[in-house]
Design a protein around this ligand. Sequence first.
Ligand code: GLV
Ligand code: MG
Length: 322
Amino acid sequence: MTDVARSIRPRRSNLAVPGSSPKMLDKAKGLPADQVFMDIEDAVAPLAKPDARKNIVAALNEGGYDGKVRSVRVNDWTTEWTYLDVIEVVSGAGANLDCIMLPKVQGPEQIRALDMLLTQIEKSEGLDVGRIGIEAQIENAMGLTMVDEIAAASPRVETIIFGPADFMASINMKSLVVGEQPPGYDVGDAYHYILMRILMAARAYDKQAIDGPYLQIKDLDGYTRVAERSAALGFDGKWVLHPDQIAAANEIFSPRQDDYDHAELILDAYEWYTSAAGGARGAAMLGDEMIDEASRKMALVIAGKGRAAGMQRTRTFEPPQS
Ligand code: GLV
Ligand code: MG
């Protein structure tokens, strides 16, 4: 365990890159995704996993992912690969790596096992103990049932990620199209409960909530529709499997300019109204809108997302003349 302070990093777009492809690992450096995650799990065939580990270490050490969160997805603990994935990647490139993504997490002990292994490698390699974060993928019924304990299992946990493809398989959902409603279900959103369950755990424990992939990579409208749903609920970002999806994710998971301006305005106005100069009021009018402490909290969320996305405000608050 550790007391390294974790900063919240923007993760609007999380680009998946197979570790088996040095070409794609290289190309990712120039793409505008907030996060790159290099895969040794399901996008890499069993025989290609040893080489994928080496390719990833080489790419990380070569650098060039400036400004991006660098994550590596290892195989899940039920396989024979996890420990070597972690040891090879973290011993080889721990200083140039931000997070390990653990798929198919089923309980807090799986997070704690990874935490302990990371701590040992960090100590033996002379790295900052606790700096490397953990991203937990929720991909089956057991994982979702245990999601609160998983989120709370280690201060290293930064994100809780929905893995829709594995999840649909795990619950026997009658559909093969990730993100779309299963045929025959016409009374709502079949993913609503799962998304909300993950979001509640993430918010309760101060983690980021990330939506998983949309596999029809040529259907940008479909991607946009599904991404807008999880963004509207409060998710922080979504996976992208193709460069064309990056701009859509960055836009959808940033506030609209108007909302960002409005949020900054509320924060300034509320600060002024609660000050002595503004009359030390707890509730006040901003135009036609009443604002109070709860408005400030909502505004902080939108302003925080806008600031993290590097947005600039286009309006400023003018205190009323008395
Ligand atoms: C991602 O890993 C998924 O299973 O959807
Ligand atoms: Mg999966």
